[in-house]
Design a protein around this ligand. Structure first.
Ligand code: ADP
Length: 595
């Protein structure tokens, strides 16, 4: 392949000539420092290269070395627990060998080559025929993840797998006799990042991704294999929501892409994740997490690489049959990077200067989500191997303006919208998810699941609670005009119940050890208690009891404390519900309420 020459440099964009044989999206190395770049446009003999490192010092006449392959990532044991930059350099390894500053052009293998992994073959008959995606054996990658070594795409034939033992990534663990010769299968594989990995079939999502966040799980749930977005102005809690999901959601694997974030937030992820424990297994959270984060000295173009690197790693684990969740924070920074590159490429601008392909690029990213039947099978495996990839993207529109192009393009694709509200954030109501504007198109799917696993009252309670909140917002108008006193008893009770839902249920402190996570069952009990209070109070006021008296029943003070009741301690909830009924009934009968 021919070596090219730089003819022009414009920030992260380098134009080269003489690269005949190089294709669009192929990787190149630019200049003496061999900076990594990707060809993003070819016009006759002019090759525009998006460079993923600072281009200072690069000038016309310097060489450009083609690599002849598209931008790809290494896949294999060792991904879990790693911290990569957008072009999959292992930041943790580099930091330990070279210090905090990464010299430009540094090439480091993303996955350790010397390390041996204990490979356990899946039992097979000699001479079995295998095809792409079939599992050949497993490796214990971390305390939480069993890495499944799969036959690479496009390989099919008679297999012979090595014996159980310790192997390095480059050692062959199997041989497949294909029609075009024998192929050695290693634990290390590569995949071009811009190409979605194939699956056997996409299915509609049918289970919730349980996040432990009450406003999400009960009101606006996301399904495993679904897509959601969290737009909100600066300071409204996007990052905290993303972190909470990464920590608590019941995915097997979490891939967290910090793309163009402010450095201190990413530092928070990098410092806090290794300290945190997975709530289900008590193992370190890193035992199921891969972090992708650009360093602050990487140019904007690297944001795009980090998104694609992250999603490819996520797909790889989905293909093994895992439930994977990918969080991208924030996709607005990626869109801004696209705008900058598009401008430098002198493309025709679309809305607000974003490229006209903004929508299709974002859609292409979210479409890589899904609840799927994976390619391949294991011997003796009767059911299809299922996996899922859920994508949750934060969007940070300037000034919180939801009508701007990135939010709008995202909303056209995703199925869940958690709208963060500046007003709620300023009132310190967190998570500041606005219950009037947010929505989830997985409500039915999740509702069916919850009705079966938690109880038939789940959907009814959700509907009632949302209705109360809606009524509250209508009544607020009236209260502003004529004051609380003008409301009827019934409306005053609606206001009281809605306040309880907001303060005692929706408000959830991410920094409190107990409040930070709530199981579906506990969410049900919490909401059910408030609604029991409401319905009983409604009956009592109908029978002439004064609302003020009802509001003062002693057990009401216990409701705000329910958030801190330990998981599984359902007797406490039952006792509170019983007391609510007894104490309100006591008022109806005109009796004394015991303290
Ligand atoms: P953004 O990423 O939208 O700029 P952050 O996620 O950094 O906003 O949130 C800003 C601040 O809001 C946090 O530092 C924290 O103090 C507070 N906050 C957000 N969500 C919660 C929550 N669930 N519980 C407690 N505090 C929260």
């Amino acid at each position: 392949m021919k070596e090219g020459t730089v003819i022009k440099v414009s920030g992260p964009l380098v134009v080269a000539k003489g690269l005949a044989g190089t294709n669009i999206y192929d990787m190149v190395r630019v200049g003496e420092q061999r900076l990594l770049g990707e060809v993003v446009e070819i016009r006759s003999d002019e090759y525009s290269v998006q460079v993923y490192e600072e281009t200072e010092g690069i000038g016309p006449g310097q060489p450009v070395y083609p690599k002849g392959v598209p931008l790809d990532v290494e896949l294999g044991p060792g991904l879990i627990g790693s911290i990569f930059d957008g072009i999959q350099r292992p930041l943790d390894v580099i930091a330990s060998r070279m210090g905090s500053y990464i010299a430009r052009g540094v090439e480091y293998p993303p996955l350790e080559r010397e390390r041996k992994w204990h490979f356990v073959p899946v039992p097979r008959k000699a001479g079995d025929i295998v095809g792409q995606g079939d599992i050949l054996g497993t490796v214990r990658e971390s305390a939480l993840v069993e890495h499944r070594i799969m036959v690479p795409h496009g390989v099919e034939g008679r297999v012979s797998v090595t014996a159980e033992g310790d192997y390095a990534l480059d050692d062959a663990v199997a041989e497949v006799e294909t029609s075009s010769g024998v192929v050695d299968i290693k634990m290390l594989q590569r995949w071009p990042v811009r190409q979605a990995r194939q699956v056997s079939k996409k299915l509609p999502p049918d289970q919730p991704l349980v996040t432990g966040q009450r406003v999400i799980d009960t009101f606006f749930p996301v399904a495993k294999g679904g897509t959601s977005c969290v737009p909100g102005p600066f300071g409204s809690g996007k990052t905290v929501v993303q972190h909470q999901l990464a920590k608590w959601s019941d995915a097997d694997i979490v891939v967290y892409v910090g793309c163009g974030e402010r450095g201190n937030e990413m530092a928070d992820v990098l410092l806090s994740f290794p300290q945190l424990k997975d709530p289900r297994s008590q193992e370190s959270l890193m035992a199921r997490t891969v972090l992708v984060a650009n360093t602050s000295n990487m140019p904007v173009a690297a944001r795009e690489a980090s998104i694609f690197t992250g999603i490819t790693i996520a797909e790889y684990y989905r293909d093994m049959g895992y439930d994977v969740a990918l969080m991208a924070d924030s996709t607005s920074r990626w869109a801004e990077a696209m705008r900058e590159m598009s401008c430098r490429l002198e493309e025709m601008p679309g809305e607000e200067g974003f490229p006209t392909y903004l929508g299709s690029r974002l859609a292409g990213f979210y479409e890589r989500s899904g609840n799927v039947i994976c390619l391949g099978a294991e011997p003796g495996e009767s059911a299809d191997r299922r996996g899922s990839l859920t994508i949750i993207g934060a969007v940070s529109p300037p000034g919180g303006d939801l009508s701007e192009p990135v939010v709008q393009a995202t909303l056209r694709t995703v199925k869940v919208f958690w709208g963060l509200d500046e007003r709620l954030a300023s009132q310190r109501h967190f998570p500041a998810v606005n219950w009037l504007t947010s929505y989830s198109l997985y409500q039915q799917v999740v509702g069916r699941f919850a009705a079966k696993t938690i109880g038939p009252g789940w959907n009814d309670n959700r509907r009632k609670a949302l209705r109360l909140l809606q009524r509250e917002s209508e009544l607020e108008e009236l209260v502003r005009l004529v004051g609380m006193e003008a409301l009827s008893q019934e409306d005053k009770l609606v206001m009281e119940a809605a306040k309880m839902i907001r303060e005692d249920f929706l408000h959830q402190n991410a920094y409190d050890a107990l409040d930070t996570y709530t199981s579906l069952e506990k969410q049900f009990y919490m909401l059910d208690t408030i609604l029991t209070f409401y319905s009983r109070a409604q009956e009592a006021t109908d029978q002439g009891v004064d609302l003020l008296q009802i509001i003062e029943i002693p057990v009401k003070d216990k409701i705000p404390e329910l958030r801190l009741v330990a998981e599984g301690d359902w007797k406490v909830f039952e006792a509170v519900e019983r007391d609510i009924v007894e104490q309100i009934d006591g008022l109806v009968k005109g009796g004394q309420v015991g303290i």
